[in-house]
Design a protein around this ligand. Sequence first.
Ligand code: PHE
Length: 447
Amino acid sequence: NQSSGGQPPTGADHFSRSGFIFAAIGSAVGLGNMWKFPYITGKYGGAAFFLLFVIFLVLVGLPVLLAEMTIGRGGRGSAYTSFRNLSKVKVWGTFGFLAILGAFMILSFYGVVAGWTLHYAFLSFTGSLFSSSDYGGTFASFSGSYVPVFWLLVVMVLTGWVVARGISGGIEKFNKILIPALLVILLVLMGRALTLPGAMEGVRFFLKPDFSKLTAESALVALGHAFFSLSLGMGTMLTYGAYVDRRQSLGGAAAAIGLGDLFYALLAGMIIFPTSAAFALKADQGPSLIFVVLPAAFGAMPYGTFFGGLFFVLLAIAALTSAVSLLEVPVIYAMEKWKLARTKAAWGTAALIFLVGIPSALSVGGPLSRFTLGGKTYFDLLDFAASNVLLPVGGLVVTLFTGYAWKKAGEEAGLTGPLYRIWLFVLRYVAPVMILLIFLYSLGLFG
Ligand code: PHE
Protein backbone atom coordinates (compact mmCIF):
# COMPACT_ATOMS: atom_id res chain seq x y z
CA ASN A 1 0.00 0.00 0.00
CA GLN A 2 2.41 2.66 -1.16
CA SER A 3 0.85 5.96 -2.06
CA SER A 4 4.02 7.33 -3.57
CA GLY A 5 7.73 6.73 -3.82
CA GLY A 6 9.01 3.37 -2.75
CA GLN A 7 12.36 2.31 -1.42
CA PRO A 8 14.78 4.66 0.32
CA PRO A 9 17.27 6.11 -2.19
CA THR A 10 19.95 3.75 -0.95
CA GLY A 11 17.77 0.63 -1.04
CA ALA A 12 18.18 -1.54 2.03
CA ASP A 13 20.31 0.96 3.92
CA HIS A 14 17.81 2.97 5.96
CA PHE A 15 17.10 4.19 9.50
CA SER A 16 15.55 2.07 12.23
CA ARG A 17 12.70 3.79 14.07
CA SER A 18 14.75 4.91 17.03
CA GLY A 19 17.75 5.52 14.80
CA PHE A 20 15.79 8.10 12.84
CA ILE A 21 14.69 9.90 16.01
CA PHE A 22 18.27 9.98 17.34
CA ALA A 23 19.67 11.18 14.03
CA ALA A 24 17.05 13.91 13.65
CA ILE A 25 17.56 15.08 17.25
CA GLY A 26 21.29 15.04 16.52
CA SER A 27 20.69 17.32 13.56
CA ALA A 28 18.42 19.66 15.50
CA VAL A 29 20.57 19.89 18.61
CA GLY A 30 23.67 21.77 17.64
CA LEU A 31 25.56 25.00 17.98
CA GLY A 32 22.15 26.62 17.65
CA ASN A 33 21.13 25.25 21.04
CA MET A 34 24.42 25.55 22.85
CA TRP A 35 25.98 28.66 21.39
CA LYS A 36 23.36 30.81 19.68
CA PHE A 37 20.31 30.15 21.85
CA PRO A 38 21.92 31.30 25.13
CA TYR A 39 23.27 34.55 23.73
CA ILE A 40 20.14 35.54 21.86
CA THR A 41 18.07 34.66 24.93
CA GLY A 42 20.36 36.90 26.93
CA LYS A 43 19.99 39.69 24.41
CA TYR A 44 16.30 39.54 23.54
CA GLY A 45 14.58 39.27 26.90
CA GLY A 46 15.58 36.17 28.87
CA ALA A 47 12.69 33.98 30.01
CA ALA A 48 10.06 35.86 27.99
CA PHE A 49 12.08 35.23 24.84
CA PHE A 50 12.44 31.57 25.76
CA LEU A 51 8.66 31.30 26.09
CA LEU A 52 8.13 32.86 22.67
CA PHE A 53 10.63 30.44 21.20
CA VAL A 54 8.71 27.50 22.69
CA ILE A 55 5.41 28.80 21.30
CA PHE A 56 6.82 29.27 17.79
CA LEU A 57 8.59 25.95 17.90
CA VAL A 58 5.36 24.12 18.64
CA LEU A 59 2.90 26.12 16.55
CA VAL A 60 4.97 26.77 13.43
CA GLY A 61 8.17 24.71 13.68
CA LEU A 62 6.59 21.30 14.23
CA PRO A 63 4.12 21.49 11.32
CA VAL A 64 6.90 22.56 8.96
CA LEU A 65 9.19 19.84 10.32
CA LEU A 66 6.50 17.27 9.63
CA ALA A 67 6.03 18.69 6.13
CA GLU A 68 9.74 18.44 5.36
CA MET A 69 10.05 14.84 6.51
CA THR A 70 6.88 13.96 4.62
CA ILE A 71 8.27 15.27 1.34
CA GLY A 72 11.42 13.20 1.85
CA ARG A 73 9.61 9.98 2.63
CA GLY A 74 7.09 10.50 -0.15
CA GLY A 75 9.73 11.42 -2.72
CA ARG A 76 12.46 9.00 -1.60
CA GLY A 77 15.38 11.01 -2.86
CA SER A 78 17.59 14.04 -2.38
CA ALA A 79 16.00 17.43 -1.81
CA TYR A 80 16.05 17.83 -5.60
CA THR A 81 14.80 14.39 -6.64
CA SER A 82 12.09 14.13 -3.98
CA PHE A 83 10.34 17.19 -5.38
CA ARG A 84 10.76 15.89 -8.92
CA ASN A 85 9.30 12.53 -7.93
CA LEU A 86 6.24 14.15 -6.39
CA SER A 87 5.46 16.85 -8.92
CA LYS A 88 5.70 17.36 -12.66
CA VAL A 89 6.36 21.05 -12.19
CA LYS A 90 10.11 21.42 -12.62
CA VAL A 91 10.59 24.57 -10.60
CA TRP A 92 10.05 22.68 -7.30
CA GLY A 93 13.15 20.68 -8.12
CA THR A 94 15.08 23.89 -8.68
CA PHE A 95 14.03 25.08 -5.24
CA GLY A 96 15.09 21.75 -3.80
CA PHE A 97 18.46 22.28 -5.40
CA LEU A 98 18.77 25.67 -3.65
CA ALA A 99 18.30 23.89 -0.31
CA ILE A 100 21.16 21.54 -1.22
CA LEU A 101 23.32 24.53 -2.00
CA GLY A 102 22.27 26.07 1.32
CA ALA A 103 23.29 22.98 3.27
CA PHE A 104 26.64 22.98 1.49
CA MET A 105 27.24 26.63 2.35
CA ILE A 106 26.07 26.36 5.96
CA LEU A 107 28.39 23.44 6.58
CA SER A 108 31.37 25.37 5.23
CA PHE A 109 31.16 27.91 8.07
CA TYR A 110 29.34 25.78 10.65
CA GLY A 111 32.32 23.44 10.35
CA VAL A 112 34.61 26.36 11.20
CA VAL A 113 32.80 27.03 14.49
CA ALA A 114 32.69 23.28 15.17
CA GLY A 115 36.46 23.34 14.74
CA TRP A 116 36.78 26.14 17.31
CA THR A 117 34.97 23.97 19.85
CA LEU A 118 37.41 21.10 19.24
CA HIS A 119 40.36 23.44 19.66
CA TYR A 120 38.90 24.76 22.91
CA ALA A 121 38.23 21.26 24.23
CA PHE A 122 41.86 20.46 23.55
CA LEU A 123 43.08 23.70 25.19
CA SER A 124 40.91 23.09 28.26
CA PHE A 125 42.02 19.54 28.92
CA THR A 126 45.66 20.44 28.56
CA GLY A 127 45.05 23.33 30.95
CA SER A 128 46.63 25.86 28.63
CA LEU A 129 43.33 27.70 28.16
CA PHE A 130 43.49 28.73 31.81
CA SER A 131 47.14 29.71 31.90
CA SER A 132 46.26 33.35 31.24
CA SER A 133 43.08 35.13 32.22
CA ASP A 134 42.94 37.18 29.03
CA TYR A 135 40.33 35.02 27.32
CA GLY A 136 39.47 37.70 24.80
CA GLY A 137 43.12 37.79 23.76
CA THR A 138 43.30 34.00 23.58
CA PHE A 139 40.32 33.88 21.25
CA ALA A 140 41.60 36.74 19.11
CA SER A 141 45.04 35.23 18.64
CA PHE A 142 43.54 31.82 17.84
CA SER A 143 40.96 33.04 15.34
CA GLY A 144 43.53 35.39 13.86
CA SER A 145 45.91 32.54 13.05
CA TYR A 146 45.88 29.72 10.51
CA VAL A 147 45.07 27.10 13.18
CA PRO A 148 41.28 27.20 12.55
CA VAL A 149 41.95 25.74 9.07
CA PHE A 150 43.49 22.66 10.69
CA TRP A 151 40.43 22.17 12.93
CA LEU A 152 38.06 22.63 10.00
CA LEU A 153 39.97 19.83 8.31
CA VAL A 154 39.51 17.62 11.38
CA VAL A 155 35.78 18.35 11.39
CA MET A 156 35.39 17.53 7.69
CA VAL A 157 37.37 14.31 8.03
CA LEU A 158 35.18 13.20 10.94
CA THR A 159 31.88 14.05 9.23
CA GLY A 160 33.08 12.62 5.91
CA TRP A 161 34.01 9.38 7.65
CA VAL A 162 30.60 9.03 9.36
CA VAL A 163 28.63 9.79 6.19
CA ALA A 164 30.84 7.47 4.11
CA ARG A 165 29.83 4.59 6.40
CA GLY A 166 26.21 4.99 5.38
CA ILE A 167 22.85 5.51 7.04
CA SER A 168 22.48 2.64 9.50
CA GLY A 169 26.18 1.83 9.99
CA GLY A 170 27.33 5.45 10.01
CA ILE A 171 24.87 8.24 10.72
CA GLU A 172 22.51 6.18 12.88
CA LYS A 173 25.26 4.55 14.94
CA PHE A 174 27.12 7.81 15.48
CA ASN A 175 24.00 9.55 16.79
CA LYS A 176 22.86 6.63 18.92
CA ILE A 177 26.13 6.81 20.82
CA LEU A 178 26.62 10.56 20.94
CA ILE A 179 23.12 11.84 21.71
CA PRO A 180 22.85 9.90 25.00
CA ALA A 181 26.45 10.88 25.78
CA LEU A 182 25.46 14.49 25.23
CA LEU A 183 22.66 14.11 27.75
CA VAL A 184 24.99 12.69 30.40
CA ILE A 185 27.49 15.52 29.91
CA LEU A 186 24.71 18.12 30.06
CA LEU A 187 23.40 16.67 33.33
CA VAL A 188 26.88 16.60 34.91
CA LEU A 189 27.51 20.21 33.88
CA MET A 190 24.05 21.30 35.03
CA GLY A 191 24.72 19.71 38.44
CA ARG A 192 27.96 21.66 38.63
CA ALA A 193 26.36 24.92 37.49
CA LEU A 194 23.35 24.78 39.80
CA THR A 195 25.44 24.14 42.91
CA LEU A 196 27.63 27.19 42.36
CA PRO A 197 26.92 29.96 44.88
CA GLY A 198 24.79 32.63 43.23
CA ALA A 199 23.53 30.29 40.52
CA MET A 200 19.87 30.90 41.27
CA GLU A 201 19.98 34.41 39.92
CA GLY A 202 20.85 32.97 36.52
CA VAL A 203 18.02 30.45 36.75
CA ARG A 204 15.61 33.27 37.48
CA PHE A 205 16.83 35.26 34.50
CA PHE A 206 16.32 32.25 32.24
CA LEU A 207 12.97 31.03 33.57
CA LYS A 208 11.08 33.96 35.10
CA PRO A 209 9.56 35.92 32.23
CA ASP A 210 9.52 39.71 32.15
CA PHE A 211 7.27 40.51 29.21
CA SER A 212 8.14 44.18 29.19
CA LYS A 213 11.46 43.12 27.64
CA LEU A 214 9.85 41.75 24.49
CA THR A 215 9.86 43.65 21.24
CA ALA A 216 8.72 42.87 17.70
CA GLU A 217 12.34 42.17 16.99
CA SER A 218 12.58 39.53 19.71
CA ALA A 219 9.53 37.79 18.22
CA LEU A 220 11.13 37.58 14.79
CA VAL A 221 14.43 36.39 16.18
CA ALA A 222 12.60 33.72 18.21
CA LEU A 223 10.77 32.53 15.12
CA GLY A 224 13.89 32.47 12.98
CA HIS A 225 15.69 30.55 15.65
CA ALA A 226 12.88 27.99 15.94
CA PHE A 227 13.48 27.24 12.25
CA PHE A 228 17.25 27.12 12.51
CA SER A 229 17.13 25.01 15.64
CA LEU A 230 14.87 22.40 14.05
CA SER A 231 17.23 22.29 11.02
CA LEU A 232 14.42 23.38 8.69
CA GLY A 233 14.64 24.83 5.20
CA MET A 234 17.99 23.24 4.31
CA GLY A 235 16.75 19.89 3.11
CA THR A 236 18.27 18.06 6.09
CA MET A 237 15.04 16.78 7.59
CA LEU A 238 13.77 16.05 4.09
CA THR A 239 16.87 14.00 3.31
CA TYR A 240 16.71 12.07 6.58
CA GLY A 241 12.99 11.51 5.91
CA ALA A 242 13.85 9.71 2.68
CA TYR A 243 15.41 6.90 4.75
CA VAL A 244 12.42 6.37 7.04
CA ASP A 245 10.33 3.22 7.02
CA ARG A 246 6.86 3.59 5.56
CA ARG A 247 5.25 2.30 8.77
CA GLN A 248 6.87 4.82 11.10
CA SER A 249 4.59 7.62 12.34
CA LEU A 250 6.04 10.89 11.13
CA GLY A 251 3.76 12.93 13.38
CA GLY A 252 5.06 11.07 16.42
CA ALA A 253 8.62 11.54 15.19
CA ALA A 254 8.10 15.29 14.71
CA ALA A 255 6.79 15.61 18.26
CA ALA A 256 9.72 13.62 19.68
CA ILE A 257 12.27 15.67 17.72
CA GLY A 258 10.70 18.97 18.77
CA LEU A 259 10.60 17.95 22.42
CA GLY A 260 14.16 16.67 22.24
CA ASP A 261 15.40 19.91 20.73
CA LEU A 262 13.61 21.96 23.37
CA PHE A 263 14.88 19.80 26.20
CA TYR A 264 18.51 20.16 25.12
CA ALA A 265 18.09 23.92 24.75
CA LEU A 266 16.61 24.05 28.26
CA LEU A 267 19.55 22.12 29.67
CA ALA A 268 22.06 24.33 27.85
CA GLY A 269 20.39 27.40 29.36
CA MET A 270 20.46 25.79 32.80
CA ILE A 271 24.23 25.52 32.49
CA ILE A 272 25.14 28.79 30.90
CA PHE A 273 22.98 31.28 32.80
CA PRO A 274 23.68 29.95 36.32
CA THR A 275 27.39 29.73 35.53
CA SER A 276 27.50 33.29 34.20
CA ALA A 277 25.49 34.58 37.17
CA ALA A 278 27.67 32.82 39.74
CA PHE A 279 30.74 34.59 38.42
CA ALA A 280 28.94 37.87 37.80
CA LEU A 281 29.60 37.58 34.07
CA LYS A 282 27.15 39.10 31.70
CA ALA A 283 25.26 36.53 29.65
CA ASP A 284 24.26 38.93 26.89
CA GLN A 285 27.64 39.36 25.28
CA GLY A 286 26.83 37.94 21.90
CA PRO A 287 28.70 35.31 19.92
CA SER A 288 31.78 35.45 22.12
CA LEU A 289 29.81 34.27 25.16
CA ILE A 290 30.97 30.68 25.14
CA PHE A 291 34.52 31.25 23.95
CA VAL A 292 35.37 34.30 26.01
CA VAL A 293 32.95 34.69 28.91
CA LEU A 294 32.49 31.09 30.01
CA PRO A 295 36.18 30.10 30.07
CA ALA A 296 36.61 32.77 32.73
CA ALA A 297 34.01 30.98 34.84
CA PHE A 298 35.60 27.56 34.32
CA GLY A 299 39.02 29.00 35.07
CA ALA A 300 37.75 30.24 38.43
CA MET A 301 35.91 27.13 39.62
CA PRO A 302 37.36 24.03 41.30
CA TYR A 303 38.24 21.34 38.73
CA GLY A 304 37.60 23.90 36.02
CA THR A 305 40.05 22.20 33.65
CA PHE A 306 37.84 19.14 33.71
CA PHE A 307 34.46 20.89 33.56
CA GLY A 308 35.65 23.35 30.94
CA GLY A 309 36.99 20.53 28.79
CA LEU A 310 33.75 18.64 29.19
CA PHE A 311 31.79 21.71 28.17
CA PHE A 312 33.70 22.07 24.91
CA VAL A 313 33.45 18.36 24.18
CA LEU A 314 29.72 18.82 24.59
CA LEU A 315 29.70 21.62 22.05
CA ALA A 316 31.81 19.61 19.64
CA ILE A 317 29.48 16.61 19.81
CA ALA A 318 26.42 18.78 19.29
CA ALA A 319 28.08 20.45 16.31
CA LEU A 320 29.30 17.22 14.70
CA THR A 321 25.94 15.46 14.77
CA SER A 322 24.45 18.49 12.99
CA ALA A 323 27.35 18.68 10.55
CA VAL A 324 26.75 15.06 9.59
CA SER A 325 23.12 15.83 8.69
CA LEU A 326 24.21 18.80 6.60
CA LEU A 327 26.78 16.73 4.70
CA GLU A 328 24.27 14.01 3.84
CA VAL A 329 22.16 16.56 1.90
CA PRO A 330 24.68 17.19 -0.93
CA VAL A 331 26.12 13.66 -0.69
CA ILE A 332 22.90 11.89 -1.64
CA TYR A 333 22.47 14.39 -4.44
CA ALA A 334 25.95 13.61 -5.78
CA MET A 335 25.21 9.88 -5.54
CA GLU A 336 22.06 10.29 -7.64
CA LYS A 337 23.42 12.76 -10.11
CA TRP A 338 26.78 11.22 -10.92
CA LYS A 339 25.97 7.63 -9.91
CA LEU A 340 28.78 7.75 -7.38
CA ALA A 341 29.36 5.19 -4.65
CA ARG A 342 28.61 6.58 -1.19
CA THR A 343 32.24 6.59 -0.05
CA LYS A 344 33.37 8.58 -3.08
CA ALA A 345 30.49 11.03 -2.82
CA ALA A 346 31.04 11.53 0.92
CA TRP A 347 34.81 12.10 0.76
CA GLY A 348 34.56 14.21 -2.37
CA THR A 349 31.87 16.49 -0.97
CA ALA A 350 33.63 16.77 2.39
CA ALA A 351 36.84 17.79 0.61
CA LEU A 352 35.01 20.40 -1.44
CA ILE A 353 33.32 21.86 1.62
CA PHE A 354 36.69 22.02 3.35
CA LEU A 355 38.09 24.07 0.46
CA VAL A 356 35.10 26.40 0.37
CA GLY A 357 35.34 26.75 4.16
CA ILE A 358 39.02 27.80 4.29
CA PRO A 359 38.27 31.49 3.60
CA SER A 360 35.64 31.38 6.37
CA ALA A 361 38.16 29.93 8.79
CA LEU A 362 40.52 32.79 7.97
CA SER A 363 38.06 35.64 8.03
CA VAL A 364 37.04 35.86 11.68
CA GLY A 365 39.82 38.13 12.83
CA GLY A 366 42.20 36.22 10.56
CA PRO A 367 44.28 37.23 7.53
CA LEU A 368 41.19 37.48 5.30
CA SER A 369 39.09 39.58 7.66
CA ARG A 370 40.19 42.75 5.84
CA PHE A 371 38.22 41.72 2.77
CA THR A 372 34.65 42.76 3.28
CA LEU A 373 31.61 43.41 1.16
CA GLY A 374 29.03 45.79 2.61
CA GLY A 375 30.79 45.50 5.96
CA LYS A 376 30.52 41.72 5.95
CA THR A 377 33.43 39.29 5.88
CA TYR A 378 33.34 36.14 3.78
CA PHE A 379 32.20 34.23 6.88
CA ASP A 380 29.41 36.74 7.56
CA LEU A 381 28.33 36.76 3.92
CA LEU A 382 27.95 32.98 3.79
CA ASP A 383 26.14 32.97 7.13
CA PHE A 384 23.86 35.72 5.93
CA ALA A 385 23.10 34.19 2.53
CA ALA A 386 22.44 30.76 3.99
CA SER A 387 20.67 31.57 7.27
CA ASN A 388 18.79 34.67 6.21
CA VAL A 389 18.03 34.04 2.56
CA LEU A 390 18.23 30.37 1.58
CA LEU A 391 16.80 29.07 4.87
CA PRO A 392 13.58 31.12 4.78
CA VAL A 393 13.19 30.47 1.05
CA GLY A 394 13.59 26.74 1.69
CA GLY A 395 11.05 26.88 4.51
CA LEU A 396 8.61 28.76 2.32
CA VAL A 397 8.95 26.25 -0.50
CA VAL A 398 8.27 23.36 1.89
CA THR A 399 5.11 24.96 3.27
CA LEU A 400 3.75 25.99 -0.13
CA PHE A 401 4.51 22.63 -1.69
CA THR A 402 2.78 20.60 1.03
CA GLY A 403 0.06 23.19 1.62
CA TYR A 404 -0.98 23.75 -2.00
CA ALA A 405 0.82 21.68 -4.63
CA TRP A 406 1.09 18.12 -3.33
CA LYS A 407 -2.40 16.84 -2.72
CA LYS A 408 -1.37 13.57 -1.09
CA ALA A 409 0.79 15.14 1.60
CA GLY A 410 -1.73 14.43 4.37
CA GLU A 411 -1.90 10.78 3.46
CA GLU A 412 1.88 10.40 3.48
CA ALA A 413 2.11 12.32 6.78
CA GLY A 414 -0.48 9.97 8.26
CA LEU A 415 -2.77 12.78 9.40
CA THR A 416 -6.56 12.73 9.25
CA GLY A 417 -9.48 14.67 10.73
CA PRO A 418 -8.95 17.85 12.74
CA LEU A 419 -5.20 17.33 13.06
CA TYR A 420 -4.89 17.27 9.30
CA ARG A 421 -6.98 20.41 8.95
CA ILE A 422 -4.89 22.27 11.54
CA TRP A 423 -1.69 21.16 9.81
CA LEU A 424 -2.94 22.33 6.43
CA PHE A 425 -4.08 25.63 7.90
CA VAL A 426 -0.64 26.29 9.37
CA LEU A 427 1.10 25.29 6.13
CA ARG A 428 -1.17 27.36 3.94
CA TYR A 429 -1.59 30.55 5.91
CA VAL A 430 0.29 30.83 9.20
CA ALA A 431 3.76 29.54 8.32
CA PRO A 432 4.20 31.31 4.95
CA VAL A 433 3.24 34.68 6.42
CA MET A 434 5.54 34.21 9.37
CA ILE A 435 8.43 33.08 7.21
CA LEU A 436 7.97 36.11 4.97
CA LEU A 437 8.11 38.33 8.03
CA ILE A 438 11.40 36.81 9.22
CA PHE A 439 12.75 37.11 5.71
CA LEU A 440 11.90 40.79 5.34
CA TYR A 441 13.17 41.45 8.84
CA SER A 442 16.50 39.76 8.22
CA LEU A 443 16.96 41.74 5.02
CA GLY A 444 16.69 44.81 7.21
CA LEU A 445 13.34 46.02 5.93
CA PHE A 446 12.04 46.96 9.34
CA GLY A 447 14.95 49.24 10.05
N1 PHE B 1 19.82 22.81 13.98
C1 PHE B 1 21.22 23.01 14.00
C2 PHE B 1 21.59 23.74 15.28
O1 PHE B 1 20.77 24.05 16.08
C3 PHE B 1 21.72 23.80 12.83
C4 PHE B 1 21.27 23.30 11.50
C5 PHE B 1 20.54 24.12 10.67
C6 PHE B 1 21.58 22.03 11.10
C7 PHE B 1 20.08 23.67 9.46
C8 PHE B 1 21.13 21.57 9.88
C9 PHE B 1 20.38 22.38 9.06
O2 PHE B 1 22.74 24.01 15.49
